[in-house]
Design a protein around this ligand. Structure first.
Ligand code: AMP
Length: 353
C-alpha cells in the first residue's frame, strides 16, 4: 500500500489535531514550522522540519517529502505558499489566504457577495481615525486589519470621549478597521468544505459564546438559531468558498442581529475552534474532512450524531481537570503545552448533551 504523507505548516493544536486524524486514517503528517521541535503538532506527527517560512531550501526539501500540503493558520507568508503551490494544489489556496489575512479584504469580499457586514471604515492614519470617530454614532470596535486573534489588537470605543491620537498610538499598526458594534443576540459559525473539483458541503453550524474575545463554549448543532439564519449562513459560506477558490475547509464567524439578520464577522480558511466538537459529533470530523480532501480521498459524511457542547480549557481552567475526568461522559483533549498561562488555549472538553 502506498502510504501518503501530508505537510502541515504550523505547529499548534490545530496541526496536532490534523496530524492525529491523519494518523488514524493511515496518513503520515510532516510538520513545518520555525518552532516545530517539541511543539503540540510535532509531538504526534511522523516527521517535523524546524525552519523559517522564508527558508526556500527547507521548503523545497519539505515539498519533496510530502504528497499534499495545508496550513493550520492563515498568516503563512504568501511566498511560502506560492513556492509549495508549484508542487501541489496547496490548501486552502492562495486567494483564501490573501483574503483571510486582512479584515478589510474579508469584509469587502463579504459585501461584494451581498452578505451583510457591520458598518466599517478603513483607518490608515490618526486623521482617518479622528474623522471616523467624529461621525460615529454609538459604540464601535477598532481592530488591526492583520495578525489579530482571540480579541488581541482590538479596542472598544464610543464617540465623544475618545482621543484619536492615544487610540492610534495604542493600536501600534499602519492599518486598522473601525467597525460598528453589533448588538447581537447570538454568535454563530459555519464550516464549509470544498474539494479540487469544486464539490462543496457544510457542517451543522455551531453557536458560540466568547469571553474577553476568546471562544469559551460552542453548542452544536446550534440550538437557538432559526432555519432562516442557518440557510443564510450556509449560502454565505458556500459563496465565500467559491469566491476564494477554496481547497480544503473554511469557517465563517457571524452575528445574529436582534431581528434575525445574519451579519458577517470574519473567516478562517482552516479547522476552527468552534468545530472541535465534530471529533466526537460527526462521522467525519473537520480534521478528517481536511485530510480526505487534500489527499483526494473524497469528502465524508458530516451530519451530527447528536447535540454537543465543547468548552475550551484555558490556562486558568486546568484546576478543573480532575472534576472533568470524573464525569465519564466528557471527552477531554489536551494539547501537550507545557506552560499554562492565563488565556492560553491548553485543551478542550466535549460532551454530548
Ligand atoms: P473577532 O476577533 O473579530 O472574532 O472578535 C472577537 C469577539 O469580539 C467576537 O466573537 C465578538 O464576541 C466580539 N466582536 C468582534 N467584533 C464585533 C462587533 N463589530 N460588534 C460586536 N461584537 C464584536
Amino acid at each position: 500500500m502506498n502510504i501518503k504523507t501530508i505537510g502541515i505548516l504550523g505547529s499548534g493544536q490545530l496541526g496536532r489535531m490534523i496530524a492525529i486524524a491523519a494518523a488514524e486514517m493511515g496518513v503520515r503528517a510532516h510538520i513545518f514550522a520555525p518552532d516545530a521541535t517539541g511543539s503540540p503538532a510535532a509531538e504526534v506527527a511522523f516527521a517535523a522540519t524546524q525552519a523559517e517560512y522564508s527558508d526556500e531550501a527547507a521548503l523545497h526539501a519539505f515539498a519533496s517529502e510530502i504528497d499534499a500540503v495545508t496550513s493550520e493558520f492563515e498568516n503563512v507568508p504568501a511566498e511560502a505558499m506560492r513556492l509549495l503551490n508549484d508542487y501541489f494544489l496547496a490548501s486552502p489556496g492562495a486567494e483564501a489566504l490573501h483574503i483571510a489575512q486582512n479584515r478589510l479584504r474579508e469584509k469587502e469580499l463579504a459585501k461584494s457577495l451581498g452578505i451583510e457586514t457591520p458598518s466599517f471604515s478603513p483607518i490608515r492614519s490618526e486623521d482617518d481615525l479622528s474623522a471616523a470617530l467624529a461621525t460615529l454614532s454609538g459604540k464601535a470596535i477598532l481592530k488591526t486589519t492583520e495578525l489579530g486573534y482571540d480579541g488581541k489588537g482590538q479596542i472598544r470605543v464610543s464617540g465623544g470621549e475618545m482621543n484619536a491620537a492615544t487610540l492610534w498610538a495604542d493600536l501600534k499598526t499602519d492599518e486598522a478597521i473601525l467597525e460598528g458594534f453589533v448588538d447581537f443576540k447570538a454568535e454563530v459559525s459555519f464550516l464549509v468544505w470544498r474539494d479540487s473539483e469544486g464539490q462543496m458541503g457544510v457542517f451543522p453550524p455551531a453557536q458560540n459564546i466568547h469571553k474577553a474575545g476568546i471562544l469559551a463554549k460552542s453548542v452544536a448543532p446550534a440550538p437557538d438559531i432559526s432555519a432562516i439564519v442557518i440557510e443564510a449562513g450556509n449560502r454565505a459560506v458556500r459563496a465565500i468558498a467559491e469566491a476564494v477558490d477554496l481547497h480544503g475547509i473554511l469557517a465563517m464567524e457571524a452575528f445574529v442581529g436582534a431581528d434575525d439578520r445574519l451579519i458577517f464577522n470574519e473567516i478562517a480558511p482552516r479547522p476552527h475552534n468552534s468545530f472541535h466538537w465534530t471529533i466526537e459529533g460527526c462521522t467525519t470530523s473537520q480534521f478528517r474532512q481536511l485530510v480526505r480532501i487534500i489527499t483526494g480521498l473524497g469528502a465524508g459524511d458530516t451530519a451530527a450524531k447528536g447535540q454537543y457542547v465543547m468548552e475550551n480549557l484555558l490556562g486558568e481552567d486546568l484546576h478543573r481537570l480532575d472534576g472533568l475526568y470524573a464525569d465519564g461522559r466528557n471527552a477531554v483533549h489536551l494539547y501537550g503545552k507545557a506552560e499554562a498561562r492565563n488565556g492560553r488555549k491548553m485543551g478542550h472538553v466535549t460532551c454530548q448533551k
